[in-house]
Design a protein around this ligand. Structure first.
Ligand SMILES: NC(=O)c1ccc[n+]([C@@H]2O[C@H](COP(=O)([O-])OP(=O)(O)OC[C@H]3O[C@@H](n4cnc5c(N)ncnc54)[C@H](O)[C@@H]3O)[C@@H](O)[C@H]2O)c1
Length: 281
């Protein structure tokens, strides 16, 4: 499908579909699902929440920032969907447990957890390791905390799924410090939870996104956007919607026989060597 220039510059790829029913009767929790003021330029969590709602799910939008969680819920409601805002820091076990319990009380069940929360930073050569600890705590421990809180409800639902969001920084170095290490941990945790919880009817998979055009990935202005486009095998730039569509697939019934997978969503950039990419750029 040919995209308009406005679509290419704003969302970079196919955005919301027409309303569907693939997730009807299901309840999904998206962590780090908060959205900002620009409804046409969303983070991956907000786009995922919108897409799940558009396909009939009730979505719990968890974020440490109350106004960001509320903003995504407003967007869902404006389009006729149902969303429950949840304020919690994913490093705070008690707060996450309260948030999950609130969603289940409101919506009756929990079928899908998307562990999307992520923060950058954690340079190894900083004067101390405080930032390193913060990044590991949010990105890796937060994923474990939220999965543990969701476990009893996912077990009860039957045929449930967890979708974790890692990063190409987990498998390719670019000086990201604790960020890359934490995201590599997310891939390992994905496999371990798939092993531990498969017999409980819970599939656990992981998305490995490349450098996307999202609010936190929007570095380098027009030049940065052009570089991201050229550093892919498809010569296109990815957006939050590319992750959202992968999350919908991995969280939905069409992927019923897929677990413990790490799916690159990077237009093939990590499949090529640096020397292979150079002539394409
Ligand atoms: N943007 C990219 O290029 C890119 C590439 C690879 C992977 N990712 C991953 O995708 C995910 C989302 O990225 P994004 O660009 O949409 O980010 P974003 O900043 O737009 O969204 C992240 C959300 O998480 C929330 N958050 C931060 N810390 C939190 C905490 N401790 N508890 C609860 N909520 C918290 C923020 O308030 C924000 O709303 C992250 O896991 C990121 O690492 C992004």
């Amino acid at each position: 499908m040919e995209r308009s220039d406005a679509e290419k510059s704003q969302v970079g790829t196919v955005g919301l579909p027409r309303r569907g029913t693939r997730m009807r009767g299901r309840v999904a929790l998206v962590s780090g699902g908060g959205g900002g003021s620009d409804a046409d330029f969303l983070g991956t969590g907000a786009a995922t929440a919108l897409l799940f709602a558009e396909q009939g799910a009730v979505v719990g939008v968890l974020d440490r920032d109350e106004s960001r969680a509320g903003r995504t819920c407003e967007l869902v409601r404006e389009r006729g969907g149902r969303a429950v805002p949840l304020t919690a820091d994913v490093t705070d076990e008690a707060a996450v447990e309260r948030a999950v319990a609130h969603l289940v009380a409101e919506a009756g069940r929990l079928d899908v957890l998307v562990n999307n929360t992520g923060v950058t930073g954690g340079a190894i050569d900083a004067p101390d390791l405080r930032d390193w600890d913060r990044v590991m705590a949010v990105n890796l421990r937060g994923c474990a905390v939220t999965s543990r809180a969701a476990l009893p409800h996912l077990r009860a639902a039957g045929g449930a799924a967890i979708v974790n969001v890692s990063s190409v920084a987990a498998i390719r170095a670019f000086g990201s410090g604790a960020y890359g290490a934490s995201k590599a941990g997310v891939i390992a945790l994905t496999r371990d939870l798939a092993y531990a919880w498969g017999r409980h009817g819970i599939r656990v998979n992981c998305i490995v996104p490349g450098h996307l055009h999202t609010p936190i990935g929007n570095h380098g202005g027009a030049e940065g956007r052009d570089l991201r486009r050229r550093a892919s095998l498809l010569a296109t730039e990815g957006s939050a919607w590319d992750v959202a569509w992968a999350a919908l697939f991995l969280g939905g019934p069409e992927s019923a026989w897929i677990t413990a997978a790490a799916l690159p969503v990077d237009a093939g950039s990590t499949a090529a060597t640096a020397l292979g990419l150079l002539p394409l750029m």
